[in-house]
Structure formats: C-alpha cells, structure tokens
Design a protein around this ligand. Structure first.
Ligand SMILES: C[S@@+](CC[C@H](N)C(=O)[O-])C[C@H]1O[C@@H](n2cnc3c(N)ncnc32)[C@H](O)[C@@H]1O
Length: 286
C-alpha cells in the first residue's frame, strides 16, 4: 500500500535511531532520496507525495542494510571526496573527509600547478588522493599502488570516471618495493590503527572497511610507516615531497621516522577538528 513521504521519513528515522545510527534523520533522507529519485533536500517539501510499493521495497533493502550499520556510502556504492564522486567496493576504504587535509597540504607545497610532476600514491585504495591531485594538477602523471587487486581495479575505474585515467597507472604490489625510478611527490594514507584498538571502532568501520585498510602493522600501528618511508626516501627525486596521513597522537613518532630517513623536519597540518593529521617534508633536507 502506498504511504505518504512524511510518514515514511518518520518511520525510517525511528528505525535507524533504534539501531544506534548517528544522525538517523539525515541518513533516512539519503536512503529515501535514493529509493524515490527525489533529492534529499526536497523531501520535506512534499510530505504528502505517495511512496509507491515498488519504492518501499527498494527502501526496505536500504534500511535493513543501514540497520546492520552499513554506511550509506557503501549502500549507495559511492562517496563524495574533494570534488570527486568515487565508486567503492569491498576492498576499498570508504574515503574520509580528514584525508582532504593531505590533498590540501600537497597542493600548498606545489608552487606552480602547471609543472609536470610525477606522483606516487602508496596504498591508493579507491584512488581518492591520487585522483584528487591529478584533477588539480593538469600536467601531473600518477602511479597508485595497492596490495589489494580489487582496490587497484576500483582506483583505475575512478581515475577514468573522473577524467584523469589517461594520466594514471595502477599497480598491485607492496608499498614501493617493486618500483624503480623517481617521483616528485609521494603520498600515503597507510593503515595505522593498532590491532588492539579495532574492537573499539564503530560497527560502520569495524564491519565494513577492509581490515587491510585499517590495521597498521606492529603493536603501535606504525609498522606501515616503517616499511614505506624508506621506500619513499629511495624513490623521491632530490627536493621531492613526501606527505602522509597519521592517526591521532602518531605525529611525533612518524616525524621521527621522517628525519631518521633523511627528510627535513616535517610540517604538521591539522584537520578540521584540530588533530595533527598530515605530515609533509622534502627529501634531502636537514
Ligand atoms: C587507509 S587505506 C587508504 C586508502 C586511500 N588512499 C584513502 O586515503 O582513502 C590504506 C590502503 O593501503 C593498502 N595497503 C595495505 N597494505 C599495503 C601494502 N603493503 N602495500 C600497498 N598497499 C597496502 C590497503 O589495501 C588500503 O587500500
């Protein structure tokens, strides 16, 4: 039986609230918009618009998934990041707004966006960082690496879907191990959560982001930095830029790894919450 939109919004909001979802009304609007083809913003303007049985069936599958704490972006299959729309699959991290701090930090360190740069993204996932940089730097060329073949494949699709596919290559491999040659910019948002912290994460992260994208090696979660910073030191051109994302409270330890491998003392960039989220430094500095 058809039901009016206003009532459907109320019911879905209550169900998501009962399931422990943060911002249940916001998510309810996203799911209803996707099921009906209306825009989320316009829903409140049409409380009497009937929701058909077919639309309710689609909505029901979305709501059940969200009640199981699957993030809306995964249910929809895509996520907005920077100026991009990125497709996701089970092997890709759902890109976080905090990671835009890294994109901004790199762009701040590039004096002329028209310089033809070679960029390497270690642990590219959906391709979020690399594709965002290639969109902003029209003469840059990029390589993205990921240990997960399905992530590298998704990044390839995202590069093409966002108009930079002809300037990007994607490789399956571990950090920079298989690479020779030099890059002007190396970026990475590696897994950095200590294994002992995983159980404390929200179900949206713990159950749906791939473990390979979350769990940092070694007890302190810093093992991936220990592996990739030496690769970056070997692969960066003199004066090249290394920028990495770090977790809360990790900036001091990762900064020490930078300087131990010949990088200058890194500049720290806070995210919108004031957390030191990105470190960036040039190679061969003092
Ligand atoms: C935190 S996610 C970041 C994904 C993406 N760059 C982003 O910022 O949204 C870390 C990525 O590193 C990849 N990864 C884990 N271990 C790796 C390794 N040894 N070599 C290359 N990539 C690895 C994971 O598959 C995952 O895609």
């Amino acid at each position: 039986m058809e039901e009016p939109l206003g009532q459907v919004l109320q019911t879905v909001t209550c169900r998501l609230d009962a399931a422990g979802v943060d911002n249940p009304r916001f998510d309810a609007r996203q799911l209803i918009a996707a099921a009906t083809g209306l825009s989320a913003r316009s829903l409140s303007l049409h409380p009497d618009r009937p929701v058909s049985v077919a639309e309710q069936e689609v909505l029901e599958t979305f709501v059940r998934r969200r009640e199981a704490r699957e993030p809306v972006a995964r249910i929809m299959g895509h996520r907005g990041f920077w100026t991009l729309e990125l497709a996701l699959n089970a092997a890709t991290l759902d890109p976080r707004p905090d990671t835009e701090t890294l994109v901004e930090a790199v762009l701040r360190n590039i004096p002329d966006p028209d310089i033809p740069l070679r960029i390497l993204d270690l642990g590219t996932g959906s391709g979020a960082i690399l594709v965002a940089l290639l969109r902003e730097l029209p003469h840059a060329y990029g390589v993205g690496i990921d240990l997960a073949p399905a992530a590298a494949a998704m990044a390839f699709c995202n590069a093409h879907a966002n108009g930079v596919g002809d300037r990007a290559s994607f490789i399956v491999g571990s950090w920079g191990q298989s690479l020779v040659g030099t890059f002007d910019v190396i970026v990475s948002n590696p897994p950095y959560i200590p294994l002992s912290d995983i159980a404390t994460l929200e179900p949206e992260v713990r159950l749906y982001d791939p473990a390979l994208a979350l769990v940092g090696a070694d007890d302190d979660g810093l093992g991936c930095y220990r592996a990739l910073i030496p690769d970056a030191a070997r692969l960066l051109s003199p004066g090249g830029l290394l920028a990495v994302e770090v977790g809360i409270g990790q900036a001091d330890a990762v900064a020490a790894l930078f300087t131990a491998h010949g990088f200058s003392v890194p500049t720290r960039y806070p995210d919108l919450g004031g957390v030191e989220r990105c470190l960036a430094s040039v190679s061969g500095g003092s």
